[in-house]
Design a protein around this ligand. Structure first.
Ligand code: GDP
Length: 427
């Protein structure tokens, strides 16, 4: 069976922890989109890790971790991460890289930084990992596939020359920066070839066979529904689809094989980067939630940037779950809210004097004001509780209120960062 784990919101919902947990009963974990621009934080017996490129299954020796064709493959980052986890005592993970995955080129990272600098105050808040220039080139058909490293060197050299000629127009005349040197880039690619060679694989053929053998496969999404380029808060989105549906394409499996879509929803909101965020809070209230949030505060796993904070948003989450095709909701980081006397929840958007519970397009979203309902807090620490019935009544009320508003079953409640901090609910 294939299960997908995806986010309903702006990312950072705790997908890494859920994937790590479900990896135990899986054979294969596949990253199908995105790159080293976002990170998963995972806490397990080996310690605390921030993974940016490696799938979250790398900590189990029985799993195979795959980087599918849909990812933005940053080879040096991948190798740095493998080195780091192995260096900290994790057994050498079994990793496969799709021969159809495309590579983040050194100039993608440069162009990302140059463009952010040019836009200055109007920037997208990019992590400068080269993701937007990477996906632009992929669809402009000037990207580089891993398979090209293993073809004719002459052809590769010619293509590097061609692409550099084009990039240099921008670099020299728009950004006023030093021109790219094609030979240097070619040599860099040769070093990538050496690094990636042991892992390259025809991933869709591998997964086809695995499915025939009845293997358990997990697709691991990055970011969340609201960062999807089509269905999210365009243009403040990421550059690859964040939806489970794309899992079929980015891994190379038939769409009908994805039987479970586990959408991760966090018990409050956080976001990084610019863009409308209706339930956002500020000042001391936000600082307190940020400080207490997640495991050690709500700061970017890749950048260390403080995240923007907000109350739970049922409008955004209902939409985020629907657009993913959710079969199960994993409701995470509930333990963090135990300090609050009262917990506001955003249950509607007021736009031009009318209240809606349907998530609008960006131009309307920017005018939306939150409609808040206030629920009583439970004022205690719920970590360590393993049975739903043992949660305080007000805590269960909060979960059930959210479930009713979003309209998808919450089958898992996460009450701590560790693998064992999970409460299953039979719905
Ligand atoms: P991802 O990108 O969706 O995996 O999200 P992050 O890496 O930002 O994960 C959110 C943070 O919350 C991480 O530091 C996790 O260890 C932590 N976390 C996940 N689930 C829980 C939970 O139920 N409670 C607490 N306190 N922390 C959690």
């Amino acid at each position: 069976m294939v299960r997908a784990i995806v986010g309903a919101n702006w990312g950072d919902e705790g997908k890494g922890k859920i994937t790590d947990m479900l990896s135990k009963e899986s054979d294969i974990i596949v990253r199908f989109q995105g790159g080293a621009n976002a990170g998963h934080t995972i806490v397990n017996d080996y310690g605390k890790f921030a993974l940016h490129t490696l799938p979250s299954g790398v900590f189990y020796s029985h799993t195979t971790s795959i980087l599918g064709n849909g990812v933005a493959l940053n080879i040096p980052v991948l190798f740095q991460e493998i080195k780091e986890v192995v260096g900290r005592g994790v057994p050498q993970p079994k990793i496969l890289v799709s021969d159809r995955a495309q590579m983040v080129m050194p100039y993608h990272i440069l162009l990302d930084a140059y463009e952010e600098e040019r836009l200055a105050g109007k920037s997208f808040g990019s992590t400068k990992s080269g993701i937007a220039p990477f996906y632009s080139d992929k669809y402009a058909k000037i990207g580089f596939q891993v398979s090209e490293l293993f073809g004719s060197e002459e052809t590769l050299r010619d293509k590097v020359d061609q692409v550099c000629e084009m990039k240099n127009v921008l670099i020299e005349h728009l950004y006023h920066k030093p021109a790219l040197e094609p030979e240097k880039i070619f040599q860099e690619l040769m070093s990538y070839k050496e690094m990636v060679a042991p892992y390259v694989c025809d991933v869709s053929a591998y997964l086809y066979q695995a499915l025939k053998e009845g293997k358990e496969i997990l697709l691991e999404g990055q970011l969340g529904s609201l960062k999807d380029p089509d269905h999210g808060i365009y243009p403040m989105v990421t550059s690859s689809p964040t939806l489970a549906g794309y899992g079929a394409i980015g891994a190379g499996i038939p769409p009908y094989e994805i039987q479970k879509i586990i959408t991760v929803v966090k018990a409050y909101s956080s976001a990084v980067g610019a863009g409308a965020f209706v339930s956002e809070i500020f000042g001391a209230e936000a600082d307190e939630l940020r400080k207490r949030g997640g495991d050690g505060g709500e700061y970017g796993a890749t950048t260390g940037r403080p995240r923007r904070m907000g109350w739970f948003d049922t409008v955004a989450s209902k939409y985020g779950c629907r657009i993913q095709g959710t079969t199960d909701v994993a409701f995470t980081v509930l333990d963090v809210l135990g300090y609050l006397d009262e917990i506001p929840v955003c249950t509607g958007y007021e736009i031009d004097g009318e209240v809606t519970t349907e998530f609008p397009v960006t131009s309307r979203l920017e005018r939306a004001k939150p409609v808040l309902e206030v629920l009583p807090g439970w004022k205690c620490d719920i970590r360590g509780i393993r049975k739903y019935e043992d949660l305080p009544e007000n805590c269960r009320r909060y979960v059930e209120f959210v479930e009713e508003k979003i309209g998808f079953p919450i089958t898992m409640v996460s009450n701590g960062p560790g693998r064992e901090d999970i409460i299953y609910r039979n719905r």
